[in-house]
Design a protein around this ligand. Structure first.
Ligand SMILES: *Cc1c(COP(=O)(O)O)cnc(C)c1O
Ligand code: SF4
Length: 341
């Protein structure tokens, strides 16, 4: 019995791992294909191509299957399809709104907050979100080199006040499980750490990423696993995403979500109520709702603070307190997210 079950498990691992990697090598990157798949008006194509030349289109097919065909205002589509509004220069929007270039003690490390730091483990993402500050920030497609990784580990070892390392990016889960298992093993040996956090959109946009190998390195060490997802709309959570999230939850991962408040996508109390309820149903608590970073090309997504505060106030009257995310923004130089007041 034992002898025959072991190879089966091996087989499942390999198939699972192949599935998400196949998905990553089959992303939709041509605006014409996305427009065709969703039966949209091809008149949008010239603008989409112009906007994509600055920041390319990139989206997993699994995410596209959750979009409504024929609907140019689909809330998932609007997050990924390049368009003319991105090409406008708007005062107050710049190429490095977070001034991140200044907070890197060494390549790949952003240490701005007490007790925790970001490790930029990968520059890539599975999806290119049109509102993202990354559209202008020069991470490139570089992964942390082994040498840079070792230097970052040395820095983390030397800063004994650190409790938590946050793997961020880009999206750290674009790295393969072998690399991530190595990194998490190294981190687990640093005695002053007690948590390993991941910031990732991959389990939402391509839930096949949540495989057995990932669960093993993420939940198999002494570090408490925390996963902060990035999901902006209830339609992003279909049954496959829900199963992946419940699997993480059952493995002992603390699941939180950060969303970005986006005009025309989730800037209503009904959209945010549905998002909070769908997240909870999948074992996830809402954590932050971000006012977007004022990066060039994202102005058309901005929701004024006054309106954002009103939406949150209404949400507070509709759902339990634990389903109301904190409305925040990032202000350069401030050592935490700042509440929007
Ligand atoms: C957002 C962020 C964190 C994490 O902040 P939490 O409030 O702990 O979620 C850590 N470091 C940097 C630089 C950040 O931008
Ligand atoms: S997944 Fe996150 S980091 Fe990547 S493009 Fe989207 S918002 Fe930016």
């Amino acid at each position: 019995m034992m002898a025959s079950s072991a190879p089966d498990i091996q087989l499942i691992d390999t198939q699972e791992s192949r599935r998400w990697q196949d998905e990553m090598s089959d992303l939709v990157t041509e605006p014409a294909e996305l427009i065709h798949l969703l039966q949209l008006d091809s008149g949008q194509l010239p603008d989409a191509l112009r906007a994509a030349s600055g920041f390319s289109l990139r989206v997993p097919r699994s995410f596209i299957r959750r979009m409504r065909p024929g609907d140019p205002n689909d809330p998932l589509l609007l997050q990924v399809l390049p368009g003319a509004s991105e090409l406008q220069q708007v005062p107050g929007f710049s190429s490095d709104p977070l001034q991140e270039a200044e907070a890197n003690p060494l390549p790949g490390v952003v240490h701005k907050y007490h007790g925790r730091l970001l490790l930029i483990a990968a520059g890539q993402c599975a999806v290119n979100c049109r509102y993202c500050f990354r559209r202008e920030f020069p991470y490139g497609d570089n992964h942390l080199s082994r040498k840079q990784g070792l230097a970052a580990l040395g820095y983390i070892r030397s800063r004994t006040e650190l409790r938590e390392v946050i793997l961020s990016g880009g999206d750290p889960l674009v790295l393969n499980d072998r690399q991530l298992a190595w990194l998490s093993g190294e981190l687990a040996q640093i005695v002053h750490l007690d948590k390993l956090r991941i910031h990732s959109r991959l389990p939402i946009v391509a839930p096949s990423r949540v495989n057995r190998e990932m669960l093993e390195w993420f939940t198999g060490s002494r570090l408490k696993p925390v996963l902060v997802l990035h999901c902006n709309h209830a339609n992003e959570i279909d049954s496959e995403v829900r199963s992946a999230l419940l699997r993480l939850r059952e493995s002992g991962v603390t699941l939180l979500n950060q969303a970005v408040l986006l005009k025309g996508i989730n800037d209503s109390v009904t959209a945010l109520e549905a998002l909070s309820e769908s997240l909870f149903d999948a074992g996830v608590l809402p954590y932050y709702l971000h006012q977007l970073d004022r990066v060039n090309g994202a102005a058309h997504f901005e929701v004024p603070d006054q309106q954002a505060l009103e939406i949150i106030e209404q949400l507070r009257h509709r759902v339990p307190g634990y389903l109301v995310p904190k409305l925040v923004r990032e202000i350069p130089g401030v050592p935490s997210k700042s509440p929007v007041l």
